[in-house]
Design a protein around this ligand. Structure first.
Ligand SMILES: Nc1ncnc2c1ncn2[C@@H]1O[C@H](COP(=O)(O)OP(=O)(O)OP(=O)(O)O)[C@@H](O)[C@H]1O
Ligand SMILES: [Mg+2]
Length: 372
């Protein structure tokens, strides 16, 4: 096959390849009816001149929180013009200014200038528009734990929830989304006095549920008969064994790619096995290879750390004995490892202001050492 053939070859197994994109919103969100209903109940008052209810959306990674939020927002804005629904990714927008720029953009159709305009003006224009149009505002702060790192949570929650105190008639609400139950505690500690939310829990999927969801995606993404029941079952098992819906979807599309490369009209078990190598092991290897020397050194240190519990603070104390490094650059390297999903950090509620973080490896030390 030439490169041109690969790029432009007409033969394809994919009916709609976008169905495998990470931001794809499926037509039907299976097995999340009760969560969607709870979220709809929170928005309901806004359609009748009331204030939307606040919610905290909890659930492990890849349980459909972001997708459900985007879906309910799509439906809500499509149903009535009484409510603005703004989705904010707090991993990207971490400051008060950026978050309100996102809201501003949704309402005005363009972003405010980055410089030369004070926050209060952006804020004021948003609130005035809401009052003028008699519309309510709901803001979803996805992965809100990132606002705790940047210590902006309290201020942003306050800005949104107490808008009516300065702008009479402004009706605003907030959904906070967290993928780690431990952050529930951070919410209480940071913003409990102004934020009394309804809890919407996204429990992990059972194996049959994962299979249903993957099957639905197969129907949208591939032409019929490309994937047999057995192969689908195999992928569902793999996804379930890692508890990761994303892996399942990734395996669907990667095994499809491999089948195409073999000019096969169907996806075979061997393609799935190839995809497994490509995704989990393959990606850990390439992720580790791309680390900077400092990040690799820190990871190596974590892997060999002997203490029973690894907290960020104690780790830094020992790490700086070995290598002269400021806390800021240590913390940056740590965040990078977390962003790359090599480690997880959990707030423990202990330490200064309860901010002590426990560090957990997402892979076994052996796997990491092999590629580091
Ligand atoms: N009920 C569902 N129906 C269809 N697709 C789903 C469903 N639940 C999850 N998915 C798919 O699984 C993947 C992960 O979902 P999503 O990003 O919504 O999870 P999340 O809970 O926001 O995860 P994280 O906490 O890591 O942000 C997406 O590709 C999404 O399309
Ligand atoms: Mg998400």
């Amino acid at each position: 096959m030439t490169i041109e053939d690969i790029l432009l070859g007409e033969e394809t197994l994919f009916r709609d390849i976008s169905a495998f994109n990470p931001d794809y919103i499926p037509d039907r969100l299976l097995h999340r009816d009760s969560q969607m209903e709870s979220l709809a109940m929170c928005l309901r008052p806004a359609f009748r001149g009331g204030k939307p209810k606040n919610a905290v959306v909890l659930g492990a990674p890849a349980t459909g929180k972001t997708t459900a939020l985007r879906k309910i927002f799509q439906i809500a804005e499509g149903t009535s013009d009484k409510l603005y629904c703004v989705y904010v990714n707090c991993q990207i927008s971490t400051t008060r200014f950026n978050i309100f720029s996102d809201i501003y953009e949704h309402l005005m159709g363009h972003r405010p200038p980055e410089t030369g305009i004070p926050f209060s003006r952006i804020y004021g224009e948003i609130m005035k528009k809401l009052i003028q149009e008699e519309k309510a505002l709901i803001v979803a702060l996805d992965d809100v734990n990132h606002l705790f790192y940047s210590k902006n949570a309290n201020q942003v929650f306050y800005d949104i929830l107490r808008a009516h105190e300065v702008f009479k008639g402004a009706r605003t609400g907030l959904f906070a989304i967290i993928s780690d139950i431990e952050f529930r505690f951070m919410l209480d500690k940071n913003v409990s006095s102004i934020f009394i939310p309804k809890e919407v829990v996204f429990n992990p999927y059972r194996q049959e549920e994962m299979k249903d969801i993957l099957e639905e995606r197969v129907k949208t993404g591939f032409y019929s008969e490309v994937m047999s029941e057995d192969v689908l079952e195999y992928i569902a098992e793999l996804a379930y064994s890692t508890g990761d819906m994303r892996l399942g979807i990734d395996l669907l599309s990667t095994s499809g790619d491999l089948a195409e490369r073999d000019a096969s009209k169907t996806i075979k078990m061997s393609h799935v096995d190839g995809a497994v190598k490509n995704t989990s092991v393959g990606s850990l290897k390439s992720t580790l290879e791309a680390l900077s020397p400092q990040e690799a050194e820190l990871l190596d240190f974590i892997v060999n750390y002997e203490e029973e519990e690894t907290t960020a603070g104690s780790l830094y104390q020992s790490f700086k004995d070995r290598k002269k490094v400021s806390y800021a650059s240590f913390d940056r390297a740590l965040k990078k490892l977390e962003l790359l999903r090599i480690i997880d950090t959990h707030f423990t509620g202990k330490g200064v202001k309860g901010n002590s973080r426990l560090i957990i490896l997402r892979f076994t030390p052996e796997e990491i050492i092999k590629y580091l």
